[in-house]
Design a protein. Structure first.
Length: 168
């Protein structure tokens, strides 16, 4: 019985639900020590700016990507430059970069005509792979869409004759 009832700070008897409400700061009293003291949460803008707020983006003419340059595996930025990716400069004119683990992340952009060509070549590769994987080899099972049975095959029950065996 004592565990269901307790006392609040003023000595009044409260039940367990009221006690829980007081414990989490649901009293509404701004002087309550359990009230939330942090400022209101501002959600992250995921996927909109790649974490480079000091850069201007022209998404209609360029595709943007953040490349990581790992000191243990150098050369990724050089390979990106050879594929016509170029560094993005921030509003101060410096190359847009930030620390990332042991390495550095650089913001780079690719003119849209090259980005669309890359996208089309990837799409063709995926479609070719899908066409190749949907082919059926000689002894592979594939159900007939109309009957649900193997294509060209017949059911063992289809040509069944009546037997005089009472247990069949």
């Amino acid at each position: 019985m004592n565990e269901l009832y307790g006392q609040d700070d003023d000595g009044k008897r409260v039940n367990s639900t009221q006690k829980q409400d007081l414990a989490v700061g649901a009293s509404g009293d701004p002087r309550d020590p359990n009230q939330e003291t942090r400022p209101a949460r501002v959600p992250m803008k995921q996927g909109t700016n790649l974490g480079f707020e000091d850069c201007d983006f022209d998404r209609s003419n360029y595709r943007y990507y953040a490349f990581n340059e790992d000191p243990n595996k150098p050369g990724r930025i050089d390979r990106a430059k050879s594929a016509y990716w170029e560094h993005v400069t921030n509003r101060n004119g410096a190359i847009a970069q930030r620390a990332s683990g042991d390495g550095t992340t650089y913001l780079m952009r690719l003119p849209m005509k090259y980005a669309l060509a890359d996208s089309n070549s990837k799409k063709k590769k995926v479609l070719a792979t899908m066409a190749d994987q949907t082919k059926i080899s000689a002894n592979e099972y594939a159900p007939d869409p109309n009957t649900g049975k193997a294509e060209g095959g017949t059911s063992i029950y289809q040509d069944r004759t009546v037997s005089d065996n009472p247990y069949s």
